[in-house]
Design a binder for this molecule. Structure first.
Ligand SMILES: [Fe+2]
Ligand SMILES: [Fe+2]
Length: 263
């Protein structure tokens, strides 16, 4: 897999963006709204981060395909923010202009260059892969479930793209430095997961994730990401275009087994 492949994928993905049931009249009940609003506001804000600094770093790298893929990735995240924002507008949930968690992540991502920033973004992406599954399970809104499904499928290629970048762009390190940074990013992942759980345990619990199962899901996902970064696992995007007749009912499941596999 190359950055050109990722760019091509993002371009095709953009072209089939998003055939959602915006005419769904379902209104969240008060208790549902109370359970999910705060987390929705935070994740909607986080998806719409912008990415000017990230794009500038990608441009400086001098790889046209990587920079083009980065542009498309940022557009896709902005699309997620837009979908969630439109849903929130319909449900009377106000959009946030800023959030402390978002500011912390912006601050963490900036100082150490492109690869560091990508690894910080990966931390947020891993949390997203579990949060949107919980949200899918927690809501009775068909539209919100469609949005969650669309985001979860998109996030798969985001993980692959960033892992490919970490694999190819990381500077050579001796074992001590590699160990330090591995532990540093694991610590960041653990801290982020705990913060998210403490802040948003209501929607996570409603979606079937207690503290133990949430941490286990994050750990499993992060182990997969680490293996993809190291090259000990193939770069795999799970899921694919769901087939209507085979749509899962109830709790989130991937609509198909791994469809897009690249080494
Ligand atoms: Fe996203
Ligand atoms: Fe993403």
């Amino acid at each position: 897999m190359t950055f050109a492949d990722v760019k091509t994928y993002f371009q095709a993905n953009h072209a089939r963006f998003a055939d959602l049931a915006w005419d769904d009249p379902h209104q969240l009940s008060l208790s549902q709204k109370r359970a999910i609003s705060a987390s929705l506001q935070t994740f909607q804000r986080g998806e719409g981060t912008g990415g000017d600094h990230l794009l500038a770093l990608a441009d400086q790298l001098g790889d046209a395909d990587y920079a083009a893929a980065m542009r498309l990735f940022i557009q896709e995240e902005a699309g997620h923010a837009d979908m969630l924002g439109q849903f929130m507008d319909r449900q009377g949930i106000p959009r946030l202009k800023t959030h402390w968690l978002h500011e912390v992540f912006r601050g963490l991502g900036r100082p150490l260059g492109l690869v560091h920033m990508v690894r910080v973004i990966l931390t947020a992406e891993v949390v997203a892969t579990v949060y949107y599954k919980a949200l899918f399970n927690a809501t009775f809104s068909g539209l919100l479930q469609q949005i969650c499904r669309r985001i979860l499928l998109d996030e798969e290629m985001h993980l692959v793209y960033h892992c490919l970048a970490v694999r190819q762009l990381s500077p050579p390190r001796n074992w001590l430095s590699a160990l330090f940074w591995r532990q540093f990013y694991r610590g960041l992942m653990a801290g982020t997961a705990l913060t998210v759980y403490v802040s948003y345990r209501r929607p996570l619990r409603a979606g079937g994730f207690g503290l133990g199962s949430f941490c286990a899901a994050i750990a499993t996902e992060y182990a997969r990401v680490e293996a993809m970064q190291r090259g000990t696992a193939p770069l795999v995007a799970r899921g694919g275009q769901p087939v209507a007749a085979a749509e899962p009912a109830g709790a989130w499941q991937w609509p198909n087994p791994s469809l897009r596999v690249a080494r």
